[in-house]
Design a protein around this ligand. Structure first.
Ligand code: UT7
Length: 326
């Protein structure tokens, strides 16, 4: 049976930066509060005419190049976003056209910030069954276009980015060693962004009264996130019969320093095995994990044969972890 190897990774970060001083100038907040409560110093923001598929296309091209492949080699493109360019066509189809992946099937999926982990699990099923050989997983979001800049509790958190990975069938590589994904729909109102449904209660919660902006119940999401990430990470270790001593790096969803810190304590993993970049980028939704993965590969912090855990949580509510031999 073929295993699923990460053949290439790529990321795209827009140039424009909103630092904490800028946030102070537009909303009633301050650097001290943001730093202490979240750990975020800067977030990157897409240009006015730059959208999810523009960022996704660049990250995808970089991942394909890193894999030493061409776009024609890709059999399937799956793309996760909560800020699509259109309801239809899917962003995956637009990226397929942009990169010339003429042999690829393409569809979008959505488990919010958990989506890179979910994407690896989806790709792993197609690859292990022999259905597809090369799957391109892309996560991209223009969260700042769905941000309520009058709501200080959320607007300081979000940034824009895209991350991608090419996963390939490889008989001789262990690849994805364990996975755990899950959902708790009873928490569906904890993080919301409205589409067509008329929901007065939701609208009322938004200071800007813009339906599509993201609202969340920060405290309850935090409690959920700590337990969900720690439990999922510990579960994949147990499935694989390993301990944190066998793990080179844990890459968590980069939502908030305090969430990660509490989750780390619950996991029992050393702090220096956990990669964080949220100071520079803030919460970029599902892009956090693949962007971080591209960074650690570029920086040589993860090499072939190293075992890593990717673990996330997000709207839905959803969670997931994968343990991979890189
Ligand atoms: O990708 C998954 C998405 N979700 C998340 O990751 C979010 C998870 N939750 C969080 O990260 C945290 O809940 C927040 C960072 C959003 C908020 O931190 P908190 O410790 O839960 O603060 P809080 O909402 O309980 O607010 C504490 C105080 C409040 O003032 P009062 O009522 O005590 O006077 C807020 O109004 O802090 C105030 N506050 C702020 N003050 C300055 C809220 N946001 C700000 C702000 N600047 N930006």
């Amino acid at each position: 049976m073929p295993n699923t190897r990460i053949a290439g990774v790529g990321k795209y970060i827009p140039e424009k930066v909103y630092d904490n001083a800028y946030m102070e100038s537009i909303v009633d907040t301050n650097d001290e509060w943001i730093t202490r409560r979240t750990g975020i110093k800067e977030r990157h923001v897409s240009a006015d005419d730059e959208y999810t598929t523009d960022m996704a296309t660049i990250a995808a091209q970089r991942a394909i190049e890193d894999a030493g492949m061409s776009a024609e080699d890709i059999d399937l493109i799956i793309l996760a976003t909560v800020t699509p360019d259109y309801f239809t066509p899917s962003c995956a189809c637009i990226v397929q056209k942009n990169i010339g992946a003429v042999n690829a099937a393409a569809f979008d999926y959505n488990t919010a910030c958990t989506s890179f982990v979910t994407g690896i699990v989806i790709a792993d099923q197609f690859i292990k069954t022999g259905f597809y050989k090369n799957v391109l997983v892309i996560c991209a979001d223009c969260l700042t276009k769905a941000t309520d800049y009058k709501d200080r509790a959320t607007c300081v958190l979000f940034g824009d980015a895209a991350g991608a990975a090419v996963l390939t069938a490889d008989e001789s590589h262990p690849g994805v060693l364990a996975a755990d994904i899950g959902a708790d729909g009873t928490g569906c109102k904890s993080i919301t962004s409205l589409a067509f449904r008329n929901d007065d209660e939701e609208l009322e919660q938004r200071i800007s009264k813009r339906k599509e902006t993201i609202w969340m119940a920060g405290q309850s999401v935090m409690k959920f996130a700590v337990k969900a990430m720690a439990d999922a990470s510990n579960k994949v270790l147990e499935q694989a019969g390993l301990t944190y001593d066998d793990i080179k790096l844990v890459i968590p969803h980069q939502a908030n320093y305090r969430i990660v810190d509490s989750a780390i304590k619950r996991m029992g993993v050393e702090r220096d095995k956990v990669f964080l970049h949220l100071e520079k980028f803030g919460n970029t939704s599902a892009s956090c994990i693949p962007v971080a993965l591209a960074e650690v590969v570029e920086e040589g912090l993860v090499k072939r044969g190293d075992k890593i855990i990717l673990v996330g949580f997000g709207g839905g509510l959803t969670w997931g972890a994968v343990l991979i031999e890189f």
